[in-house]
Structure formats: C-alpha cells, structure tokens
Design a binder for this molecule. Structure first.
Ligand SMILES: Cc1cc2nc3c(=O)[nH]c(=O)nc-3n(C[C@H](O)[C@H](O)[C@H](O)COP(=O)(O)OP(=O)(O)OC[C@H]3O[C@@H](n4cnc5c(N)ncnc54)[C@H](O)[C@@H]3O)c2cc1C
Length: 491
C-alpha cells in the first residue's frame, strides 16, 4: 500500500513492522521488494522522505550540505524523491574486479568482509533489477566477435581488458512503483522523513518520520535499515551519535564519517593507435558495452597501486601525435590506419581518513544538524593512473601498435579542479573486525543489535567500477540473509 503523508487526511500514527527501511532509492526499493517477496510472513515498512515527483525547493533544502575547501557539486549529486538518485543516474554498470575486495597491506584499509564469490549469486539478481541485458563481463567474448576493436595484449603483460555494461538506465521510482503498491505485506510512505529514533541500549525500538510541517508517524520494528544514500545515512548516524565520543565501535567508531571518496577522471594525454579500436561505448549483439583497458591483476599486486581504467575517445583533430608519423616504416608501426585518441581514465581513489563528513551547528527544518563535506584526494591516485598510462605507452611502442604522449602535469591545481562522479563511498565502511570499520558484513552497526546500513558508503575499498550494481547486489544479499532461502533472481 502507498500512503503519501503530505496528502493523506488520516494516516496511521503507530505501526509495527518486521523491517523498517528508511530511504527508497535503488538500495531501499530492491531490499523492500526482495524482502517482501521472500518473507510473506513479514510486514515491511518503506519510508521515503520525498514524493514521487521533482522535489520542491523546501525539500531540496533538507539536503543542503556545507562544503570544505575542495568544491563538490552536492546538490547535483542526489535526488530526494521516490527512486532516489536513480532519477539522475547514467546507468554505467560493472561488478568490482576481484582484486578490489582486498586492500594492499600498506594501505591500512580492511579487506571487504565478503568475497566476490559470496556476492556473485546476488549480482545475477542485481542485473535483473537494473535491467541490464546480460551479466557476462568477459571482454574476450566481445573480442571474438569484433577482434579489430581491440589491441593485441600479451597474456602475462601489465595491461588487460575489462567490460562495462549499461542499465537503460532504470529509474527505480517509476519502474517499480506498481510493484511497491501491489505488494500486500509492504507499506510505502511518501513524504515520510526519518527524523529520530527511540533507542534502548543497543536496540532501536522505534523510528519517527514526518512530512514537512506535519504530524509524525511512529514505527516499531524488529530491525531498521538506513538506505538514505551515502551522505545522508552518514549524517543520520552522526546525529544519532550526538555528543558521544568517537573512540568506540559502531556508532562510536572513529571511522564513522571518514574515508569519504568519489571516483574522478584524469585525462592523461593522447594515444595514436589503430583507427578501429573500440575502448568506448560500442554495440555488441545489439546491446551497449564498453571495453576498457586496465592494469592486469598481477601488475596490480606487484605495484600495490590503485586500480584504474582507461577509455579512448577518437580525436581526429588532435595533431600532438600526427598520423603520418605512423606511416614511417622505420619507427616499426604495424601496417594499419592510425588515429589520434584522447585517453580518459577513471581513477580508484585511495581511502583517506581526512576526507570526511562532519556535522555543523546549523540545523535543517527537521531539526537535524547539517552535514559538512571535506573531500580530500590523495596525490597517489594520479601517480597510479599515470604509472598505468606509462605501462600502456611502453606496450604500444614495443608491439608497434601505437604511441602515447602524456600531457597531464600533476599539480595541486589539477587535483583541486577534479570533479566527482556522484558516488558517495567509504564513510560507513564494513569490516570483519569492529576496530576497522563501522558495520559488519551485513551492514549492521558493530555495536547495535538491529540497526543496519545499506549504501555504497559501506565499501572499504572502491575500485573504479560505478557502485550501484554492487549496492543492489548487497540489497539482494541482505534480503536473502534474512529469509534463509537460497539466493535467486527476483524481479
Ligand atoms: C548524475 C549522476 C549520474 C550517476 N551515474 C551513475 C552510473 O552511471 N552508475 C552508477 O552505478 N551510479 C551512478 N550514479 C550514482 C547512483 O545514482 C547512486 O549510486 C545510487 O542512486 C545510490 O542509491 P541509494 O539507494 O544508496 O541512494 P539514493 O539513490 O540517493 O536514494 C536515497 C533515498 O533516501 C531518501 N531519503 C534521504 N533522506 C531521507 C530521510 N531522512 N527519510 C526518508 N528518506 C530519505 C531519498 O529521498 C532517496 O529516495 C550517478 C549519480 C548521479 C547524480
């Protein structure tokens, strides 16, 4: 059932639930529907602060965040409405690489508390939720059909290929509205802003949610899940912590709010290579795919560097590596038509404890302290990216497949102007050992009995893949954990 608290003349004041999910973006909607279908004996309450349409100025102000020295386009990076930021997302999808689940020893970052193998069955379901036509990510399959789109890469060399796929992109709020409405054991409340919790020791007893300027409803539940997005969930937990110290576990973990990260791009320079290459969005078997170049697993292990991927945009007007150069047989180029490309890399940010979300003394209309975001980058991110570009450059020259020219000059100004990709990572990281993170492998706060987080803020190491597919898989995994059923695809 759907109730809009801003419109309903007589909403219930008190509810009981088995699971109360706060925030109806991709994470909250997937969890709510998976859970409702797997557990017909449970009553699920899904609270959404926004409505089903574009948020009003008053609603947008609830999301206002102070920003530190480095600019961050917070307002453009989230949507407060049913479906959350999926109303804006671009639909780029790729599972993390297996290497992204383990952090090199000198990073002081915990490994993921779940393995790629544990997550794999839930990625199958995530592809259905995100309406991605295939869950196969072996670039060799595309190469077999379109060999000229690819470089020839030595099997044991420093460079390998990976593949992205694309969601249409699925707008979760509209795509799954009827499913939410039609689910008998699920109550969806719109304009139901989570405002406060009633807490008894390590248990949350109830949550209060209210429309702007309206009367609150109170939900008692066995378990509560915060799926308000990475920034807002962090803000909610910092508000819940209040003045308590940050030298403990879970809610009092020193990691709460730290290690904020977002993916960002670096344009390292130009590449002169075969005009037929397809390291960008191309069509394969009538679907969109994007092959990319990336460090091979052995090169990543050896160097202990961040992961990174590289795409190539045709740039015929670029004369920095003129095509006639490639016709000089003495330089050892393979007999091909060559083209200039602009290289674009997505960098894996290195977790940085000083990059963080804190609270200010200002309060929003709901009475909650506002957040402040101090996004800080680590210069080693770009060093890693340029290290990979250099390896690719050597490979192209040694094999006669091309030349690369680095034009990027690392500087503080370059880092200061880097733009984020709107992925809010790291501030509530999960860990096996309570000392290393905020929550356990299920997203349950290490010091709480029934309070969970479901967000890309759980990721302790980030890789370069866009996070939503993995987040949706985590939602399916949590529903499966609570239903003790074999994992299966649901939509
Ligand atoms: C322009 C853009 C492009 C993007 N492109 C991609 C892409 O190509 N690939 C990719 O993987 N990711 C992409 N993303 C990121 C993607 O949108 C997020 O990873 C994803 O939406 C996160 O899902 P979520 O459910 O955690 O949070 P959100 O989608 O932010 O949803 C959170 C929900 O919680 C609600 N909420 C917040 N506070 C409260 C409260 N107090 N009470 C009740 N409800 C509350 C919000 O209204 C919202 O509905 C993009 C983002 C942007 C902005």
């Amino acid at each position: 059932m759907l109730t809009d608290l801003a419109l309903s003349p007589n909403p219930p004041r008190e509810l009981r639930a088995d699971a109360c999910i706060c925030g109806a973006g991709p994470a909250g909607i997937t969890l709510a529907l998976e859970l409702a279908r797997r557990r017909p004996d449970w009553h699920i309450v899904l609270l959404e602060g926004g409505g089903s349409g574009v948020p009003s100025e008053r609603e947008r102000l609830l999301y206002d965040v102070g920003v530190g020295e480095k600019p961050y386009a917070v307002a453009a990076s989230r949507r407060r409405m049913l479906g959350g930021t999926s109303a804006h997302w671009g639909g780029w999808c790729k599972p993390l690489d297996p290497e992204d689940f383990r952090a090199p020893a000198d990073w002081s970052v915990p490994d993921w508390p779940i393995t790629p193998e544990e997550l794999a069955p839930f990625l199958v379901a995530a592809h259905l939720w995100c309406e991605i036509p295939s869950d196969r990510y072996d670039p060799a399959e595309v190469r077999a059909r379109q060999p000229r789109r690819f470089l020839e890469l030595p099997a044991d060399g420093p460079v390998c290929e990976r593949l992205f796929r694309f969601s249409p992109p699925t707008r979760f709020g509209t795509r799954y509205l009827e499913d939410l409405r039609g689910q008998a054991n699920l109550d969806l409340f719109l304009h139901a802003n989570l405002v406060s919790f009633e807490r008894r020791g390590d248990r949350i007893v109830s949550a209060s949610a209210s429309p702007l300027g309206g009367r609150p409803i109170r939900i008692q539940s066995e378990r509560f899940v915060l799926s308000q997005g990475g920034l807002e969930t962090t803000r909610t937990l910092l508000n819940l912590r209040g003045d308590a110290s940050d030298d403990g576990e879970g809610l009092r973990s020193p990691h709460l709010g730290r290690h904020f990260a977002d993916h960002y791009g670096v344009r390292p320079g130009s590449i002169l290579a075969s005009e037929e290459l397809g390291y960008r969005r191309i069509t394969d078997q009538e679907t969109a795919v994007m092959p990319v170049l990336a460090p091979s697993p052995s090169a990543l292990d050896r160097a202990g560097r961040q992961n990174v991927c590289l795409m190539l945009d045709p740039d015929p007007g670029n004369a920095s590596l003129p095509t006639p150069y490639a016709r000089n047989a003495a330089l050892g180029f393979l007999p091909r038509e060559f083209l200039n490309y602009r290289a674009q890399m997505i960098v894996e940010p290195r977790p940085n404890p000083d990059s963080r979300i804190t609270l200010t003394d200002a309060r929003c209309e709901l009475g909650l302290r506002r957040a402040r975001l101090d996004w800080k980058l680590d210069p080693r991110d770009v060093e890693s990216a340029l290290g990979f570009f250099n390896e690719l450059s050597n490979l192209l020259a040694q094999t006669g497949q091309g030349r690369a020219r680095q034009t990027y000059q690392a500087s503080a100004a370059q880092l200061a102007s880097a733009m984020g990709a709107n992925h809010h990572l790291g501030t509530l990281r999960f860990s096996r050992d309570p000392k290393d993170g905020v929550t356990d492998a299920d997203g349950r706060l290490h010091d709480m009995d029934n309070l969970y987080v479901l967000s890309s803020a759980l990721f302790p190491r980030y890789g370069y893949s866009n996070p939503t597919l993995t987040l949706v898989a985590l939602a399916a995994r949590l529903a499966s954990r609570w239903s003790a059923q074999a994992p299966e695809a649901q939509p």
